[in-house]
Design a protein around this ligand. Structure first.
Ligand code: NAD
Length: 256
């Protein structure tokens, strides 16, 4: 379905980004990866689907590096047809103790990078009259949790930016939507499970059950594969007029 299309997925060396990159490659898309994880392993996993895979190591907190990455994608593949804004970090602390440097980094990586990639990708998408912008927000783009001020502010910002992008492209073949996962067991969440286990002197399994039990009625993690298939749906013809949604895949978290 996505043969001859190119997807750029930020933060795709692990977790959700890698899951989405693989799902798009399975549909035939060429992929440019980005992120600071195990690049060779991620490239090999995506290349297994037989499409072209490349990598750019831009730091999503640095607008000039984002510009270089978008230019590299354009010169290597002609154009970015599918932009998946996924790179993200987390820091948990109450507002009074929140380190300024972490606040600035989370806003830059989780929110501002999406503005930069979007503004740089839109001209070619509009010219081609086809494009998909998929912003990986979070349930924290829809509801708050104590201790996550920067993350919740950034993700609510991503949901807002998604709506504006969808409105500014509404009469074109370009769509923009957000995905709002609940808990997904990736390195980002494993760190939170480990911190909980250490703080309370409980096992990893108990900490995992507690984490899910506090928020997620299904008591199940959403998987990167499931999120990848939602991204594929947004790229399909059935997604042509799906615009500006914040689609939760959260085991019932935000239904409560
Ligand atoms: P992850 O830690 O596995 O992946 C994050 C990716 O971002 C990695 O490839 C990492 O190298 C990259 N990254 C981090 N800082 C970067 C920077 N400055 N520049 C470029 N790349 C950078 O985590 P994940 O859980 O897969 O998270 C992916 C996205 O999904 C994030 O935006 C996160 O907020 C969101 N999300 C995750 C969950 C969850 O439960 N795991 C839930 C909702 C939303």
């Amino acid at each position: 379905m996505l043969k001859n299309k190119t997807a750029l997925v930020t933060g795709s060396t692990s977790g959700i980004g890698l899951g989405i990159a693989k799902a798009l490659a399975r549909q035939g898309a060429n992929v440019m990866l980005n992120g600071f994880g195990n690049v060779e392993a991620a490239q090999a996993e995506v290349a297994a689907f037989g499409t072209r895979v490349s990598y750019h190591g831009a730091d999503m907190s640095q607008p000039e590096q984002i510009e270089a990455m978008m230019a590299a994608a354009a010169s290597e593949f002609g154009r970015v047809d599918i932009l998946v804004n996924n790179a993200g970090i987390q820091h948990v602390a109450n507002i009074e103790e929140f380190p300024l440097e972490r606040w600035n980094a989370i806003i830059a990586i989780n929110l501002s990078s999406t503005f930069h990639t979007t503004r740089l990708a839109l001209p070619a998408m509009k010219e081609a009259n086809w494009g998909r912008i998929i912003n990986v927000a979070s349930v924290h783009g829809l509801v708050g949790s104590a201790g996550k001020a920067a993350y919740v502010a950034a993700k609510h910002g991503v949901v807002g930016l998604t709506k504006v992008t969808a409105l500014e492209t509404a009469t074109s073949g370009v769509t923009c939507n957000a995905i709002c996962p609940g808990w997904v067991l990736t390195p980002l969440v494993q760190q939170q499970v480990d911190a909980k286990a250490a703080a309370q002197g409980i096992s990893n399994e108990q900490a995992t059950r507690q984490l899910l039990g506090e928020k997620e009625p299904s008591m199940q993690f959403t998987t990167p594969e499931e999120l990848g298939e939602l991204a594929v749906f947004f790229c399909s013809p059935a997604g042509n007029n799906v615009r500006g949604v914040a689609w939760n895949m959260d085991g019932g978290w935000t239904a409560q």
